[in-house]
Design a protein around this ligand. Structure first.
Ligand code: 1CP
Length: 333
């Protein structure tokens, strides 16, 4: 069994597996090299030969316990026919949402639009020893995808004031996304994903109707993934009540963000925990790195724990710092 499954399934606490969110990305010179010659990010996600190479880059360098596929949560809107562009120094930019166009898409067409992602997993299976490492497939949670699909750009500066004005649009999207996110999960599992992670990067923006936007849609995906026999990790970034989330949604593991004090969770959460460390700590010196990383390792030493960050690794992070981080986690007793 892989180290992560030992944690998730056997509740083992004598090992701390490690992988990092956004481990295949811009802090790696070899990724930047490929990206230089491939300015269209969506095309790169749909190039299974290059996306395989990128997925394996951090595994080769650091020997992480899991490979997460090089793709993006916004490939779901793309698969549904809403065009997505990634602009330099700006981020994602989606075209106007036309709900009638979305309603025309069937599962076959959606699967065809995203087929290189499934091909990527089939290819990865040939290069990754699945007895030793996991192959993580992923999706965006319905709420976070709706945020991008309606807002069209990153909500980092807040949501447009009329975001909630069209309730029937939001209700329609919740239904469509439940169906197609499940299709995307199923296709990834059939192609070889051994774990699914659900990214709800903007769940911190939900201020009311938690059942409607957070609990119900996530529970539906968690139950579905479990029914396929695959563990499922949830990352509800920025929520204030992780305990309630875990009680209602019951994922196989929860990835905590860095705004939550992990000490306040240790006695409250019974399921395995992943992550937590502020990615900015990786921009400081090795001494501070050791102190901060050890805090998490010590705190969770009797709890099934997978080392990860509280959000994606920052592009400015130095390779040597990641090497040091891996050393600290591997040598911790
Ligand atoms: O070179 C570049 O400019 C591309 C940067 C980049 C990369 C490397 C983007 C654009 N996406 C990715 C890959 C990616 N995205 C992965 C696979 C690789 C890995 O994890 O190692 C994953 C899992 C994601 C997930 C993702 N995409 C999330 C959820 C996690 C998170 O960080 O919160 C989100 C919100 C996105 C949207 C997205 N993709 C890219 C950008 C710049 C953004 C927008 C972020 C924002 O709104 O600020």
């Amino acid at each position: 069994m892989t180290p992560i499954k030992e944690c998730l399934i056997n509740n083992k606490t004598d090992l701390t597996p490690i992988w990092l969110m956004r481990q295949a990305g811009r802090y790696l010179p070899e990724f930047r090299e490929i990206r230089k010659n491939n300015p269209n990010f969506v095309d790169l996600c749909l190039n299974s030969k290059l996306s395989k190479e990128i997925t394996l880059q951090p595994i080769k360098r650091f020997g992480f316990d899991a490979a997460i596929i090089f793709s993006d949560i916004l490939m779901i809107p793309y698969g549904l026919g809403q065009k997505v562009e990634f602009k330099k120094n700006f981020g994602p930019n989606l075209e106007n949402l036309e709900i009638d166009k979305l309603l025309e898409i069937d599962e076959e067409k959606f699967t065809k639009n995203l087929s290189p992602i499934y091909q990527l997993l089939v290819e990865l299976k040939k290069s990754v020893d699945l007895k030793k490492k996991d192959l993580i497939g992923f999706v965006g949670a319905p709420w976070t995808l709706i945020v991008y699909m309606i807002n069209k750009v990153s909500p980092k500066n807040g949501l447009t004031t009329n975001f909630f004005s069209d309730t029937s649009l939001i209700n329609n999207l919740l239904e469509i996304l439940d169906k197609f996110i499940k299709t995307h999960i199923k296709n990834q599992v059939n192609a070889g994903a051994t774990i699914i992670q659900i990214f709800d990067s903007w769940s911190g923006l939900i201020k009311s109707d938690f059942d409607k936007y957070l609990y119900n849609p996530t529970l539906s995906l968690v139950n579905y993934t479990k029914s396929l026999g695959v563990p499922v990790i949830c990352f509800p970034r920025g929520i204030s009540d992780y305990k309630k989330f875990c009680q209602i949604v019951k994922p196989s593991m929860v990835n905590i963000d860095y705004n939550i004090n992990p000490k306040t969770l240790i006695d409250k959460i019974e399921i395995p925990i992943q992550g937590g460390l502020d990615p900015k700590v990786l921009l400081t010196d090795n001494e501070n790195l050791k102190i901060e990383v050890t805090k998490y390792l010590e705190l969770f030493k009797d709890h099934p724990y997978v080392f990860n960050l509280g959000h994606g690794i920052l592009p400015e992070t130095k390779i040597e710092t990641v090497e040091e981080l891996v050393k600290i986690v591997r040598n911790f007793k």
